[in-house]
Design a protein around this ligand. Structure first.
Ligand code: F0G
Length: 352
């Protein structure tokens, strides 16, 4: 049967009722692609879960479709969230689809252009603050306690429920859980969701459990440092978060799975960002690349053994952040005269 979206597909694993609206933009069912070149180089079997293939271009659609559907089911007319950009794009899209209002609070100047464009296009009310994501989250958490709006950040348990479905898809394609699941960590909702998903699927279908390898950005590595970071900074604006809301459950995922949570530098993320685009034809946003940057390092350090089956989550589409791509591009454009012989001379030079 044709794919019908997450809620319909996984209703036996989700708290769906007769009254849950049939909301969907056909999210989920994203590609699991083997990175042939990098696998060979690293001596492992490396797959990527391409979450940028979701309707709004990030994994947030999995959680948001369910959080918005449940908000609608409960009679809410508006959703609110803090965001570094992807959550707000997904909230805005699913609210539009559900006929609800979306109010989003974002750190001014720190949201990638594509994400901001989405929020505007989907018709969200965009509120910019001078503070960072952590400040924005604090604001919306307190407001949602008194105001008739539903909070759809990942502290909303329905977000985690929706997002856990990515683990199901991985197990279905591979036939079992991988040895290692590598994932970027920001507010720590997604690492929480994947671990929950792997455990539930294993309980039902004996698919086994992976070790969870989470990677924060070095300038925003609160869990790694064991303390909140007041002024988190990283080129990967999606994970520029200094006080992750799901800190404890991220640590539980790490410890229960015998995994690690480590930091990767901006340089490592940008190197990986360029590498997978140029060597594998996959364009993922910088924060996404924390997962593979972490895998590359872990292989070098012997924490990932040769022959391991590894799935790295690529959380968002590279098109979300065109500016970073333009800033770090490896091959500059060539200006030539507008005639065929100039082009011919260029081709001869390139192929020489
Ligand atoms: N990768 C991308 C592309 C993200 O947008 C985020 C989070 C993460 C990774 C980290 O996921 O927070 O569950 O640990 N973005 C949020 C947002 C914070 O507002 O879009 P997490």
């Amino acid at each position: 049967m044709a794919w019908q979206g997450l809620i319909e597909q996984y209703k036996e694993f989700l708290p769906v009722t007769d009254k849950t609206p049939k909301l969907s933009l056909l999210e989920g069912n994203t590609p699991l692609i083997k990175l042939e070149n990098l696998s060979e180089e690293l001596g492992i079997e490396l797959f990527v879960k391409v979450e940028g293939a979701n309707p709004t271009g990030s994994f947030k659609d999995r959680g948001m479709v369910f959080a918005v559907a449940k908000a609608k089911e409960e009679g809410s007319k508006a959703v609110i969230c803090a965001s570094t950009g992807n959550t707000s794009a997904a909230a805005a899209a699913y609210a539009a689809r559900a006929g609800m209002k979306a109010i989003i609070v974002i750190p001014e100047g720190k949201v990638a252009a594509g994400k901001l464009a989405q929020a505007y296009m989907y018709g969200a009310e965009v509120i910019q603050i001078e503070g960072n994501f952590d400040n924005a989250l604090e604001m919306v958490r307190s407001i949602s306690e008194t105001s008739p709006v539903t909070l759809v950040n990942s502290v909303n348990p329905y977000r985690i429920e929706g997002q856990k479905t990515a683990s199901f898809e991985i197990c279905d394609v591979l036939g079992e859980a991988p040895d290692i699941l590598a994932i970027p960590v920001g507010n720590a909702g997604n690492i929480t969701a994947y671990w929950k998903g792997f455990k539930e699927y294993n309980d039902k279908k004996q698919t086994g459990l992976p070790q969870i390898f989470g990677f924060e950005a070095e300038g925003a590595a609160a869990i790694v440092q064991g303390k909140p970071i007041d002024n988190p900074e990283t080129i990967a604006t999606a994970i520029r978060i200094g006080n992750p809301a799901s800190w404890d459950s991220a640590v539980a995922a790490r410890d229960e799975s015998n995994g690690v949570i480590e930091a990767v530098s901006d340089d490592e993320m940008i190197h990986t960002y360029q590498l997978i685009a140029r060597k594998e034809g996959i364009f993922a946003e910088p924060a996404s690349c924390a997962s593979i940057a972490g895998v590359i390092r872990s292989v070098k350090e012997g924490k990932i053994k040769s022959g391991s089956k590894v799935v790295a989550v690529l959380t968002g589409n590279g098109l979300k952040d065109p500016q970073t791509a333009m800033d770090v591009k490896v091959v500059p454009p060539h200006n030539i005269e507008s005639n065929a012989s100039a082009l011919n001379a260029f081709i001869e030079e390139v192929l020489a």
